[in-house]
Design a protein around this ligand. Structure first.
Ligand code: SAM
Length: 329
């Protein structure tokens, strides 16, 4: 039985953040100077996340995405993913990672049941990668992507956030990756989350602008219809190419009417909308010994308060309480 919110949106997707920590410090995501990480005892334990999932899945949540912070740095992550897989009713579990630990962990991820990967990568240039992330690990990420391809992960989606004046000169190079490889490259519009000092409307390169650049510098884009497309990405292929180019445009064309998601933050809050600070605490009730019926009530409450749409255009930038690494991107 699917779950519906009051606006008749089918909600079947939960993004689970397992940590707010990350082994990168991307300038727009986890600003270096003012990030404090949560003490370990404020994070949900794996048992607590599994408990919540075991209530959510029979209600209709069938697809999960593991995210963070950087999910691969949390100890025990592979066993946790295997335990999630064992829940009756789970159709799909995918993972979002920065790829730094992918080379060594890819076989374990496959064994744990993950075959769909999203890898965030904002530059194809090692020096620029260092400027954006504060880390010299571009080569590791690239080897991780190659290893995942060799092991047969599919699809492999590379998520790039183009920011004007930072990496927008690499849009064509990212698009070219899809010509000969089966990789999906997805361009995500820069959102005013956690980037108080960096975000301004002009920094966001809209999907239309990215498309223009690709068509001018790489080739004509033809619509690509996935067999099963549930996500917010508008997909294309370069004529003759093997991979896919996707545009995710929360700023220029919001897709709230078809949103199917809830989020669970690492510190145990259900967040019905990425772009609203309304959250429902499930950690305190669980630690207070609540019954499963109470968790079901809280999950249903999250549907009741899920906003109709985001209000980014009406909201001054930087008013969100959490950065993306703390929400779970
Ligand atoms: N560590 C994992 C990773 O790198 O994929 C998962 C978490 S990370 C917060 C998820 C994604 O959020 C990254 O692709 C990052 O680029 C994106 N992100 C962070 N802040 C953003 C912002 N202000 N606008 C758009 N995307 C953002």
């Amino acid at each position: 039985m699917p779950l519906y919110d009051p606006l008749n949106r089918c909600i079947d997707y939960l993004r689970i953040s397992v940590t707010d920590r990350c082994n990168l410090s991307c300038v727009y995501c986890k600003p270096r100077e003012r990030m404090k990480v949560l003490p370990h005892d404020e994070l949900l334990t794996y048992e607590e996340i599994l408990r919540l999932a075991s209530v959510a899945v029979p209600l209709g949540i069938s697809r999960l995405r593991i995210t963070g912070g950087e999910p691969l740095i949390r100890r025990g992550i592979l066993d946790f993913i295997s335990s999630l897989h064992a829940l009756d009713g789970i159709e799909d579990i995918s993972l979002t990672t920065n790829g730094v630990l992918l080379e060594e962990m890819a076989p374990g991820l496959l064994a744990a049941g993950i075959s769909r990967l999203n890898i965030s990568l904002d530059s194809l240039d090692a020096r620029r990668f260092r400027e954006i992330t504060g880390s010299d690990s571009w080569d590791r990420v690239w080897r991780g992507i190659s290893r995942a391809e060799a092991l047969g992960f599919s699809p492999i989606k590379i998520n790039m956030v183009p920011v004007r004046g930072v990496n927008d000169d690499e849009i064509a190079a990212f698009a070219r990756l899809t010509v000969a490889r089966r990789i999906h490259v997805r361009f995500i519009e820069f959102m005013p989350i956690g980037a108080h000092d960096r975000w301004h409307t002009d920094a966001c390169v809209t999907a239309d602008r990215v498309r223009e650049i690709i068509e001018r510098e790489v080739g004509v884009l033809v619509p690509f219809a996935a067999k099963k497309s549930a996500g917010p990405s508008d997909n294309y292929q370069i004529t003759g190419g093997t991979g896919v180019i996707g545009f995710i445009s929360p700023i220029s064309k919001h897709f709230c009417a078809s949103c199917r998601r809830l989020r669970l933050t690492a510190d145990g809050k259900i967040r019905p909308c990425l772009l609203s600070d309304t959250e429902i605490d499930v950690k305190a009730p669980m630690r207070g010994g609540c019954e499963s019926g109470e968790l079901e009530r809280l999950l249903r409450l999250a549907l009741q308060v899920k906003p109709e749409r985001h209000y980014l255009h009406e909201t001054p930038s930087g008013c969100y309480q959490r950065t993306m690494s703390k929400i779970g991107g």
